[in-house]
Write a protein of this length. Structure first.
Length: 131
């Protein structure tokens, strides 16, 4: 795997929240684009609520991951290691969203821990590389 793999993963991770956004807004009664946040807040369909929560969580997870990839690269961490952690992060985050929407809480939490672990590993690798 090359560094470009990790960069593609950053792009995928940046777009991933919008997958859950589309799922949240495509369920339930007719979507109201004039006030999307209030519309989502009024929905009582658990899948809509969970898809929206997956969207928010994906947005929250992205900055640390992107920073980790960038800092690890700047610090000279091996490209293959960065790429592997990036691929695992994206896979974990995709599964996190799938499990979130499906309401499979334990698997969702495990996927979350794997994803955050990748971000922490990238940041720690960067910190260790510049000592």
């Amino acid at each position: 795997m090359t560094l470009s793999t990790a960069y593609w993963c950053v792009l995928v991770a940046a777009l991933l929240p919008y997958v859950w956004t589309v799922i949240a807004k495509s369920r339930g009664p007719r979507y109201d684009n004039r006030d999307p946040r209030a519309w989502l807040a009024r929905q009582d369909d658990p899948r809509v609520q969970r898809a929206n929560a997956a969207q928010l969580n994906a947005f929250e997870a992205f900055p640390a991951f992107a920073a980790g990839v960038i800092l690890a690269h700047l610090a000279g961490v091996a490209d293959a290691r960065i790429a592997l952690l990036a691929v695992v992060f994206v896979a974990a985050r995709v599964l996190h969203g799938v499990f979130y929407v499906a309401g499979i809480a334990t698997a969702r939490s495990m996927a979350w821990f794997i994803g955050i672990g990748c971000s922490v590993a990238l940041l720690a690798q960067a910190a260790l590389a510049v000592r």
